[in-house]
Structures are given as structure tokens and as C-alpha cells.
Design a protein around this ligand. Structure first.
Ligand SMILES: NC(=O)c1ccc[n+]([C@@H]2O[C@H](COP(=O)([O-])OP(=O)(O)OC[C@H]3O[C@@H](n4cnc5c(N)ncnc54)[C@H](O)[C@@H]3O)[C@@H](O)[C@H]2O)c1
Length: 117
């Protein structure tokens, strides 16, 4: 089973949890949100308030990114740096320059970067 992490536990995250739970290929093993108040709602998984700590400790195969737009590019880069495939909520980035960075990253790595749109 692929080890899946989820970053950003807001409005849309439940859709991702349902999809991961319905999949026969992966299981959710860790969640991350910078808001410590979220922790009490996610007691069944190891909770991290810092995404790099989660990536360092959990050896994730796939990360679902459900963060605010302005973090999409930097979070994708970080996840790929730690060897994870990425399933990213739309939009791919906040502007043309960051979108190009995403494209260059996708072309230069053997990790898969998928944008949910
Ligand atoms: N809400 C929807 O129905 C919906 C649908 C499609 C796509 N999306 C996309 O999904 C993304 C998330 O949307 P949302 O509605 O769930 O947003 P949201 O604001 O409800 O949730 C974002 C979460 O990210 C957390 N966060 C912020 N900075 C962080 C950081 N540095 N590290 C860890 N966690 C951090 C916040 O605390 C919050 O819990 C957006 O890009 C949005 O466009 C949302």
C-alpha cells in the first residue's frame, strides 16, 4: 500500500480522505495543518503542524496538498524533494512564473505531479 499524507485540513480535505479511503492502492498515514486547533478533529492519524517535519518522519509515497493557493508551488517542491508523488488541489500555482516552476519540476523529476481540476 502507498503511504499517503494530507497537508491542509480545511474545507476540501474531507473529499480527499474519502477518495483515499476508497482506494485499494493507498492508505492515509499522516495529516498536517498549521492550525493546532485542527488536531483534535484528526485524532486517528499522526498530526503534524509543520509539513517538512511530516515529510522527514513519515516516508510518504504520495502527498495530497489542500493548502491555500499561494502555498501550492512551494509545497509541491518540498514534497518532491522528499521523494513523494503529489496530488495537488487546483490551481497549479498563483501566477505564470510559479506555474512554469511547477512545469519544470514535473519535467525534471520522476515523481508524478497531478493537479485536481
Ligand atoms: N473548498 C472547496 O470546495 C474546494 C474545491 C476545490 C478546490 N479547492 C482548493 O483546495 C485548496 C484548499 O481549499 P479549502 O477550501 O480546503 O481551504 P481552507 O482554507 O478551508 O483550508 C486550508 C487549510 O490549510 C491550512 N494551512 C494554511 N497554511 C498552512 C501551512 N503552511 N501548513 C499547513 N497547513 C496550512 C489552514 O490552516 C487550513 O486548515 C484551495 O487551493 C482551493 O482552491 C477547494
Amino acid at each position: 500500500m502507498l503511504r499517503v499524507g494530507l497537508i491542509g485540513l480545511g474545507e476540501v480535505s474531507g473529499v480527499h480522505v474519502n477518495a483515499i479511503n476508497a482506494s485499494e492502492y493507498g492508505e492515509l498515514v499522516a495529516v498536517c495543518d498549521s492550525d493546532p486547533d485542527r488536531k483534535s478533529e484528526w485524532t486517528e492519524f499522526p498530526f503534524f503542524s509543520d509539513m517538512e517535519s511530516m515529510l522527514q518522519k513519515m516516508k510518504l509515497d504520495v502527498v495530497h496538498i489542500c493548502l491555500p493557493h499561494y502555498l501550492h508551488q512551494s509545497a509541491t517542491e518540498l514534497c518532491v524533494k522528499y521523494g513523494a508523488h503529489v496530488y495537488l488541489e487546483k490551481p497549479v500555482a498563483i501566477n505564470y512564473e510559479e506555474s512554469l516552476k511547477q512545469l519544470e519540476l514535473a519535467e525534471s523529476t520522476d515523481r508524478k505531479i497531478c493537479v485536481s481540476f
